[in-house]
Design a protein around this ligand. Structure first.
Ligand code: WTA
Length: 658
């Protein structure tokens, strides 16, 4: 990290927006002025301008019971109506909502009128299966149009979706089904990934096996035909989507729900082994999604073609594939597969084909493209691009400049957007027509968002100094809690900087990231300060992987750290002590292979350790805490740091040699 900071400090390149970009920009300085004048009035205006409320709100923020905020609480809204019907009613039914492309090259073009019709039918399907407002529905799908239709149909009837990333395992599905007591699962036979069909339904079947934990709350499983592969069928429980849709009533009138009605749960990694079900509600979330999507991406919905490469299994897919773009009536590209299928240039082909003008991706993908070489994008016509975005982890200045030069033709602004599953929408980003860009810095809090960098006591650090990133005022798209666990919500996010210790009427939201203010007060993100790793822009918890490892019979103890990795940002490195009884039963190579496979099975392939080191002992303090700092030194091939607090100082020598 020290190297990183030094590099960042010497980054002096600056990129001002062109006059032409500024002249046509959606976000002007008026936005910041309005937010500074009256922050709550600003948010109320944004919400009224951007959304259509079934029952207008009169209250803006209720913060009488922090940290449980209520936004626009006496208003009523239907989220799906805002993403669909109202665009059709406004005469834009023929506008393309989705240019969808499957990995094998099959395509579907879906207009707002068609998407609205599909969602209405799907809403009727859900109702006919007994799903009601407030019920939880698990969505475990590839990135196909039906995934978006499913999410919106659930939202339309006031049910709550919990999307599970298609790369997660049966165990992960089971944990999410159980935690939310879900009533229904929507899945597919399979989806296309890297040139082959990868099956999804077996994981659902395994997750719902009643014998494993007594009973399941799930009554029905809807299966979408996508992979064309054979699936096992449970009569009475499993239903084909196409059969249900063929018989569904076409009309459905969207009812308004309270602004604070739950919209979705999305599980994310924290510092303990158990993923947290982050809860978002309706009116505030959609306000944040629409506001940020429009202003950060400079969206001109009549002319832009927008593309976020995120999967719907992550928050970026929720906010910047589904809710933000559709609330704003955008035309977007959605692509099922990986960037290198069938060849490394697939993304750039799609940009050329659909004349994409706004492109949003993760730094890890940019670094992979850099490695593959500039001739690959260089042989495509990318001249339609006018704005690029980055999300998920800090983008190093070299990748930033490459992104602008090679993908953006040396002219596009890049918005480096900092936010989290918990924040619901972008919190820190340049505004592309206003901000002079600095490669590597996320730069400024958006108008209406109150951010600071503070020391351990909560005091703001000065310019040129580092500290912890906090959000000092509530914001509309903030998480409303952790599903079923209000205490954990308070403890995780609000206990570090409590009102009393700050001497204020309210505490700060602590994000878990370290950050630095530069001489101009711009913000540079420095990575997580807790035991959360960021692998390819995906959050993984060390504790969760450790508990997967120790659930394997050959493991006595395990410690996991995130080690710097050139392509993925961080990589999972595991240190494992084998049970004495097991040591001689398999070779170290077999043990390592078995453990990597086991983690993939327990959590998903993204959590598979890059490296597993079999060791005799782990470095611990006298109180028994594992000293991850030292393990990180080993994992990153550094000189081992200060070992004086170790209970047994010889341990590190053994690990180094071993
Ligand atoms: C990191 C993803 C630096 C950060 C939207 C945060 C970033 C975590 C950036 C949230 C960025 C996200 N620069 N770091 N532009 N964007 N992060 O919940 O550590 O999957 O806390 O949300 O990703 O990850 P999550």
């Amino acid at each position: 990290m020290a190297d990183n900071i030094d590099n960042l400090l010497t980054e002096t390149r600056r990129f001002a927006p062109s006059d032409e970009f500024t002249a046509n920009a959606v976000a002007t300085s008026a936005l910041g002025e309005a937010a500074r004048t009256d922050r709550l009035a600003f948010w109320a205006d944004q919400s009224r301008d951007l959304l259509s409320w079934q029952k207008p709100f009169t209250q803006v923020l209720d913060w009488t019971n922090p940290p449980f905020a209520k936004w626009f609480a006496d208003g009523q809204i239907n989220v799906a109506y805002n993403c669909l019907d109202r665009h059709v009613e406004a005469g834009n039914g023929d506008r393309v909502a989705l240019h969808w492309e499957g990995e094998p090259g099959d395509t579907r073009t879906i207009t707002y009128a068609e998407l609205t019709a599909d969602v209405k039918k799907a809403a009727n399907v859900l109702l006919s299966l007994g799903v009601r407002a407030g019920d939880r529905v698990i969505i475990y799908l590839p990135l196909i149009p039906e995934a978006i239709v499913s999410m919106l149909a659930v939202a339309r009837i006031g049910a709550v979706h919990s999307v599970v990333f298609g790369g997660f395992s049966a165990e992960s599905i089971r944990a999410r089904v159980d935690d939310a007591a879900a009533k229904l699962v929507i899945t597919a036979d399979g989806g296309w990934r890297k040139g082959a069909v990868s099956a999804l339904k077996p994981a659902v079947d395994e997750a719902l096996e009643v014998s494993a934990h007594g009973s399941t709350s799930v009554e029905k499983v809807i299966v979408i035909k996508r992979g064309g592969n054979e699936v096992a069928w449970q009569e009475g429980r499993d239903l084909w989507w196409h059969d249900l849709m063929a018989e569904a009533e076409p009309e459905h009138v969207a009812e308004g729900f309270d602004a604070e009605h739950p919209l979705f749960i999305l599980y994310t990694s924290g510092t303990t082994g158990k993923p947290k079900g982050i809860l978002h509600t309706s009116g505030g979330y959609l306000t944040g999604a629409a506001y940020t999507h429009k202003n950060v991406f400079d969206l001109h919905p009549e002319s832009d073609v927008y593309w976020s490469t995120a999967d719907i299994g992550w928050i970026t897919g929720h906010t910047y594939v589904v809710y933000g773009p559709l609330a704003n009536g955008a035309t977007q590209v959605v692509y099922e597969g990986t960037p290198d299928s069938p060849e490394p240039g697939r993304w750039w082909d799609l940009i050329e084909k659909y004349k994409v003008s706004i492109f949003y991706a993760a730094p890890t993908a940019i670094r992979s493209a850099m490695k593959a070489g500039r001739q690959i994008p260089g042989s495509r016509d990318l001249s339609s691009l006018r704005l690029l975005g980055s999300v998920g982890e800090p983008i190093n200045p070299e990748a930033w400049v490459w992104y602008r030069d090679v993908i953006g033709g040396g002219k596009t602004p890049i918005v480096d957007t900092w936010w989290q599953t918990e924040t619901g929408s972008i919190m820190i980003s340049a505004l592309p027509g206003l901000t002079t860009l600095k490669p590597g810095s996320a730069q400024v809090p958006l108008p209406g968002v109150s951010i600071d960098v503070v020391d351990d006591k909560g005091l703001p650090v000065g310019n040129g100094q580092g500290g912890l990133l906090v959000i000092t005022e509530p914001w509309p798209s903030m998480l409303r809690g952790i599903w079923g666990d209000p205490e954990r919500f308070k403890e995780t996010y609000w206990s570090k900087f409590e009102a009393a210790s700050l001497g204020k009427s309210q505490g700060y939201y602590f994000a878990g990231d370290g950050a630095r203010k530069d001489e101009d007060g711009d913000i540079w993100l420095l990575g997580r300060v807790d035991d959360v790793m960021n692998v390819s822009g995906h959050r993984l918890s060390t504790a969760e992987i450790e508990s997967a490892l120790v659930s394997h019979p050959i493991v006595a103890e395990a410690a996991v750290v995130g080690a710097a990795d050139e392509t993925t940002g961080q990589a999972v490195v595991a240190f494992v002590i084998l049970r004495t009884s097991q040591v001689d039963t398999m070779t170290p190579e077999d043990a390592v292979a078995a453990l990597r496979a086991h983690v993939a099975h327990e959590i998903g392939a993204i959590a598979k350790p890059r490296t597993v080191m079999i060791v005799q002992e782990l470095p611990k303090t006298r109180s028994g805490k594992i000293m991850r700092r030292l393990l990180r030194d080993v994992a990153e091939g550094r000189e081992i740091g200060d070992t004086t607090t170790l209970a047994d100082t010889s341990v590190m020598n053994a690990i180094k040699i071993g």
